[in-house]
Ligand binder design. Sequence first.
Ligand SMILES: Nc1ncnc2c1ncn2[C@@H]1O[C@H](COP(=O)(O)OP(=O)(O)OP(=O)(O)O)[C@@H](O)[C@H]1O
Ligand SMILES: [Mg+2]
Length: 256
Amino acid sequence: MSSLRIENACKYFGGLKAVDGINMTVPAGRITGLIGPNGAGKSTVVNMISGVYSLTRGEVYLDDQQLTRLHVDEVARRGIARTFQNIRLLPEESVLDNVVIGYFRKQQSGVMASLMGLPVALAETRRLREQAWELLGRFGIQKYADYEAGSLPYGHQRRVEMARSIAAAPRIVMLDEPVAGMNEVESAEMAEIFEDLARSGMGLLLIEHNVAFVSRLCSQVYVLDSGRMIAEGPPETVTRDPKVIEAYIGGKADAA
Ligand SMILES: Nc1ncnc2c1ncn2[C@@H]1O[C@H](COP(=O)(O)OP(=O)(O)OP(=O)(O)O)[C@@H](O)[C@H]1O
Ligand SMILES: [Mg+2]
C-alpha cells in the first residue's frame, strides 16, 4: 500500500512562512483530513506536493521514491492527482472531453490545452470516452456529458474536476475544498464517492472547512495554522484540542 509523506517541509514567499516545517502522511486506502483557517497554508501544501511550487526546504516521498524536485507532469505520472480550489476546466470543451483529458495525467500543465487540439489525442479514444462516460455516471452527471463544462452550475463543475482527477486511477488524490458551494445532499453524495475511492485503495487528502464533514470521513486529521501543524490525530481527539479550538473551531463558533 502506497503512502505519501511530506517531511520537514517549508515554503517561504519572501519573508512569509506560508508552510513552516510540517510533516504529514497520506496513506493509501484512507481519507486524511487537512483543516485550518483561511491562509493557513493548506493549498500551498497541495501545490508543494504536486510540484507546482518548489520546496524551500524538506522532502516529499511516495513510498521510498523522492518526489521533491520532480516536474509537475512527472509527479502526476507517478500517481499523485489533485483538484484545484479554483476550478480549472476547459470551459468551452464538453464535460466528457474534460474528463477524457484526465486519462493523460498531464492535466496540471499548460500541455492540457494543446492536448485537446491534437487529433491523436482526440482519436485515441473510443475506449477512453467510454470510461469517461462511466465515470460521469458515478458522479451523477452523465446527462451533462455534451454540455460545455463552463455552462454547468458550480457544484457540477466540481464533480467534473473530481472525475477528471481520478480518471487515471491515481494512487493519491488531493482534493482542495471539493464540496465548497455544495448543499448537504450534494456533499453527502460526494462523501460516498470519497469512501468508495478509499475502499478501492486510493489515498485521499481532503482539505475542507466543514469540520463535521471532515470528522465523519477521516481516519486522521491534520490541523494547520499560520504554516505550522498545530495538531494531528483522529478527529475526535483533534477537535477537542484546545489549540485547535482556539485557532479554528472556536474562532468560527464565536463568529457564528
Ligand atoms: N504564490 C504565492 N505568492 C505569495 N504568497 C502566497 C502564494 N501562495 C500562497 N501565498 C500565501 O501563503 C499563505 C497561505 O496561503 P494558502 O492559499 O496556502 O492558504 P489556505 O490555507 O489554502 O487558505 P484558504 O482556506 O483561504 O484556501 C497566505 O498568506 C497566502 O497569501
Ligand atoms: Mg486554499
